[in-house]
Write a protein of this length. Structure first.
Length: 479
């Protein structure tokens, strides 16, 4: 059995059931690169501050880079007997450079070490997520630009309500995604603080240089309270909360894709590359990608609820419960980025059927509100106008006629204010009339599109370093 690095106080080996129960290496091995980078910078700092000999610091840093090279190349593997990624890395380092590896943990605890590792990973995950959101937004803008004049049915209660243009509908999701991106960026700003130096909970009694480590690792700030630093997982909760909102938006869009691609709607056809077939019904073309995006929503919601529940009962400072923070976060970030990345090409390759969409938009007496507005412009109070047109709709239904099939005399049975120009109310006129800022008039949608493109062009860029060990090797002329 491998001797634990902390085994000095213990006279009895850990029970194998406990070893299996407490081991986290199957999950936190994903942090190996981040753990090694953080350790390299920590070792260099120890040497710069003369806390350990310079030559030992260089040996540790270069040895850690070699450990990563071996892991990345498959020449080394982790052991479950060593509990976690930190113990595994230190053990591999010891096998490579000998007892000097024992100096690495000077002025550091696994508590502030793992807090640093997960923040490094979080920064990369936030960057990848926002990049995927921006790519999907760009796809939406391209589609919206193609469909500034494509008539589309607008719904409330999933009943045909008023006509819109498809570009307007697509830009609604651009706005949702923009709020999502801002939430991730906001969470990133708060999570971009270095906890290394907090020790186990009280700080460390060495003259360490936290500012240098923060700058070298690309953190914008230092954590300001050591108790909070080792026990804070708010940044993960914020990511998962933002992810829950983002996947909810994608799920709503996915639901519309499922509906639109059905035979009952028929507004779009998905590309063959983004649909699947049936094992028994040869005619089927199923929107499985959209359905899976919709289905994966629960996984992300679950990660958020799990971490909130874990955190709600924890006293300061570190508790082993925090080991449970990673699996859900990894799943949530992996799932969300995958959904974002598959959604963009699914939209880009789908075929819109404008004839079917227009037919639906013009059905169901969707110009009824425009007729009521016409009467209002003739001086009738809106409530009376609403009643008149409601009665007109009832009459048309009984007669089996559309508005276009009614005569002027039939209109005037319900209000003498209807003039011959009421017969000229069309879908295009309805759309063109809605010129209020944010409305569905093609001129307004074009303006929204310009504004959205400017938003993307001026979107902030997360400056996250590439956390590759070779980039953190000490320079040849010092540390």
């Amino acid at each position: 059995m491998t001797t634990k690095l902390w085994a000095g106080r213990f006279q009895k080996a850990t029970d194998r059931l406990v070893e299996a129960f407490t081991a986290s290496i199957q999950v936190d091995q994903r942090l190996a690169r981040h753990d090694i980078v953080g350790s390299m910078v920590h070792a260099r700092m120890l040497g710069r501050q003369a806390i350990i000999p310079t030559e030992d610091a260089r040996s540790i840093a270069t040895g850690l880079a070699e450990v990563w090279s071996d892991l990345d190349g498959g020449r080394s593997k982790f052991s479950s007997e060593l509990e976690d990624v930190h113990m595994n890395v230190e053990t591999l380092l010891g096998a490579k450079i000998g007892p000097v590896a024992g100096r690495l943990h000077t002025a550091r605890s696994r508590n502030d070490q793992v807090a640093t590792d997960i923040r490094l990973y979080f920064k990369e995950a936030a960057q990848a997520t926002v990049s995927a959101i921006r790519a999907l937004q760009s796809t939406l803008l391209d589609l919206a630009g193609e469909h500034l004049h494509t008539v589309f049915p607008g719904y409330t209660h999933l009943q045909r309500a008023q006509p819109v243009v498809l570009g307007h509908h697509l830009l609604a999701y651009f706005e949702m995604l923009e709020r999502d991106a801002q939430r991730f960026e906001d969470a990133y700003r708060r999570g971009n603080a270095l906890p290394l130096g907090a020790g186990a909970l009280a700080g460390v009694p060495y003259p360490i240089d936290r500012e240098w480590m923060a700058t070298t690792l690309g953190f914008a700030a230092l954590t300001t309270n050591s108790l909070d630093a080792v026990s804070d997982r708010d940044f993960l909760i914020e990511y998962e909360a933002a992810a829950a909102l983002c996947i909810m938006h994608l799920s709503r869009f996915a639901e519309e894709i499922v509906l639109w691609s059905s035979g009952e709607f028929g507004f779009i056809e998905l590309d063959d590359g983004f649909a699947t077939g049936s094992s028994i019904m040869p005619q089927k073309k199923n929107p499985d990608v959209a359905e899976l995006v919709r289905g994966k929503t629960g996984e992300i919601y679950g990660a958020l609820l799990s971490l909130l529940t874990t955190m709600k009962g924890l006293p300061l400072a570190y508790n082993r419960d925090l080991q449970e923070d990673k699996a859900g976060f990894f799943r949530a970030s992996d799932t969300l980025v995958a959904c974002l990345e598959v959604f963009a090409p699914m939209l880009a390759t789908m075929r819109v059927r404008p004839e079917r969409a227009r037919q639906a938009a013009e059905g169901g007496y969707s110009l009824a509100t425009d007729l009521a507005d016409y009467l209002v412009r003739q001086g009738l109070p809106f409530r009376e106008a609403h009643h008149c047109v409601g009665a007109l709709v009832h009459y048309a239904l009984e007669q089996g006629k559309t508005f276009e099939q009614l005569s002027l005399g039939e209109f005037q049975q319900f209000s003498p204010l209807f003039g011959v120009d009421a017969l000229d109310i069309t879908t295009e006129r309805s759309l063109e009339a809605r010129t209020v800022p944010g409305g569905t008039a093609p001129t307004q949608v074009a303006a929204q599109l310009v504004s959205a493109r400017l938003t993307l062009e001026h979107a902030s860029v997360m400056d996250v370093p590439d956390y590759l060990p070779d980039r953190f090797l000490p320079p040849t002329d010092g540390l």
